[in-house]
Design a protein around this ligand. Structure first.
Ligand SMILES: Cc1cc2nc3c(=O)[nH]c(=O)nc-3n(C[C@H](O)[C@H](O)[C@H](O)COP(=O)(O)OP(=O)(O)OC[C@H]3O[C@@H](n4cnc5c(N)ncnc54)[C@H](O)[C@@H]3O)c2cc1C
Length: 485
């Protein structure tokens, strides 16, 4: 199969990019199903728009039920059954989850949001929940049938998601063996999940991010009534199958994960999981956009030949493909490193700091690449690219969200600078790439980074982006040429 040909199928692409793939048979059958049964459902849900919420029953009881086309559950539950969550804990490896996420998001990038936030709930619960809390809640998340519970990760409030230290106003009060949370979450994806992890500040805790703690919040109170309310759902440009809502926590029962004074580390661990997933989804989306553009360019004729055969466009396809392969190498390195460090607890090893830098580079670069590639794929379709009926414009809508949630590109750059400054993670990165990277270019980049890190704060931030981008591209390129890639 030619490399260009492998674009049409996520599994074929994975085979060209990875030396070995666990659970190949499973992935083959999932690929077969998603490319046939799921596609029309996913497109119909995107066209139908946001799900809706029924707040009250016919007799006036508050129920906050989210309503979807019934087929939505067919595709959603498929991924849970295949093992996007349960395999991570049963096999003590995140690779199957992220392989499934790549494969599924080629067909429907939005549906990987529920999988990601469920992973972002199950893993911290398994690491930091007390024995009692784990035994009550975790088994429900690890079911491999349709009774599986979903998770959600709720940090952002109305005052802002980038600056969580100032933005999180939700307060936690101790109440015996549990806590009571009061506050409002402004962007709460998977709003009807049975469990969520939420950031809140215990009463009297210090201001800023260091005063935040992470809590597990069930959908129902111990007595069976609703534990939080869905004020409304967001009407979004994409990820339309996912109910992203505003959540009202009102003395909502919650269970502390870890200790109250280590909450910011746990919150970052949750973000690590979703940033890596975001990178994988971004690459799969870019692959899909290129594949759609390829299918069109093979059929469309201009100036007496297929547009694909015009040298300018053909060259663009080749460079998109090269970009895709290096973006994949970067994203997958963040998966590999996360797989090595996700069981660590603070204080973390150097491997963890290396992972963090790679994850920031990957989240930043793959999302930028996805947006740019989705825009290019529309252009390849000419005017048709702008028509909702042909679906290619959807990839740009979906990609725009990938660049924003889980921390915007600005946030990735600034957090990347921080881990270089505080943990010298750039040195760890250059050592990590020593066998694969061009030594001269690495030395030049290393000295430019040192110079940047020694600038006064304002100048450092003004000058950060071009260098961060170069570092991302350099890392991606080195990894894609590495023998193990
Ligand atoms: C569809 C969707 C679903 C979401 N689901 C969830 C969810 O389930 N859970 C959750 O917790 N959050 C969720 N979010 C929220 C998301 O994480 C935030 O939107 C994101 O972190 C940015 O926060 P903000 O929107 O408040 O923007 P702000 O933080 O207000 O930022 C506005 C702009 O200012 C920039 N900026 C901020 N600070 C700086 C700085 N120091 N230097 C340079 N630029 C800066 C930002 O990069 C951004 O461009 C979701 C968002 C979307 C769009």
């Amino acid at each position: 199969m030619s490399v260009l040909e492998s674009l049409r199928c996520p599994l074929s692409f994975l085979r060209t990019a990875l030396p070995s793939i666990p659970h190949l048979e499973l992935l083959e059958s999932e690929q077969q199903w998603w490319s046939t049964a799921a596609l029309p459902i996913s497109s119909a849900i995107d066209r139908a728009g946001t799900p809706w919420v029924r707040s009250f029953s016919a007799t006036g009881a508050r129920i906050d039920e989210i309503l979807y086309p019934a087929e939505y559950y067919t595709i959603l539950r498929r991924g849970y059954r295949a093992g996007v969550i349960w395999r991570a804990l049963e096999e003590k490896s995140l690779l199957p989850s992220y392989l499934l996420i790549h494969l599924i998001s080629f067909h429907d990038p939005g549906i990987c949001c529920p999988y990601t936030v469920s992973l972002g709930t199950a893993l911290p619960l398994s690491k930091y929940g007390s024995a009692d809390v784990q035994s009550r809640f975790l088994p429900h998340m690890l079911k491999n049938d349709d009774s599986v519970w979903q998770g959600a990760t709720w940090m952002t409030e109305i005052d802002g998601g980038s600056d969580l230290g100032a933005g999180v106003k939700t307060v936690a009060r101790p109440a015996g063996d549990r806590w009571l949370l009061t506050g409002d979450k402004y962007f709460a994806s998977n709003a009807h999940a049975e469990l969520a992890v939420a950031a809140a500040r215990p009463e009297g805790a210090q201001p800023g991010v260091r005063g935040l703690a992470l809590f597990l919040v069930p959908r129902f109170r111990a007595g069976g009534s609703l534990n939080f309310f869905i004020r409304r759902l967001k009407d979004k440009i994409a990820t339309r199958s996912v109910p992203t809502g505003e959540i009202e926590l009102r003395d909502s029962e919650a269970y502390l994960l870890g200790s109250a004074d280590s909450g910011i580390y746990l919150i970052l661990e949750v973000l690590n999981i979703s940033r890596v997933a975001n990178s994988v989804v971004s690459v799969a989306l870019a692959q899909r956009a290129i594949a759609d553009a390829l299918a069109y360019a093979e059929r469309r004729v201009a100036f007496s030949k297929r547009i694909l055969d015009h040298p300018l466009l053909h060259h663009q396809f080749e460079s998109r493909l090269a970009g895709l392969r290096s973006a994949f190498a970067l994203a997958w390195e963040s998966v590999r490193l996360l797989d090595q460090v996700w069981l660590e607890r603070p204080p973390y090893s150097d491997r963890y700091h290396l992972f963090r830098l790679v994850a920031h580079l990957a989240k930043y670069w793959t999302a930028e690449f996805a947006v740019d590639t989705a825009k290019w794929a529309m252009e390849v379709h000419g005017g048709l690219g702008t028509l909702a009926e042909f679906g290619v414009e959807r990839w740009l809508r979906e990609a725009m969200i990938l660049a924003i949630w889980e921390g915007t590109s600005h946030r990735q750059i600034l957090d990347g600078l921080e881990v270089m400054e505080r943990k010298q993670a750039h040195k760890l990165l250059f050592a990590h790439l020593a066998n694969s990277a061009l030594a001269g270019e690495a030395r030049e980049l290393a000295s430019e980074i040192e110079r940047l890190l020694h600038l006064p704060v304002e100048r450092k931030e003004v000058q950060a982006e071009p260098l961060f981008r170069r570092l991302a591209l350099f890392t991606a390129s080195a990894l894609s040429h590495s023998p193990s890639a």
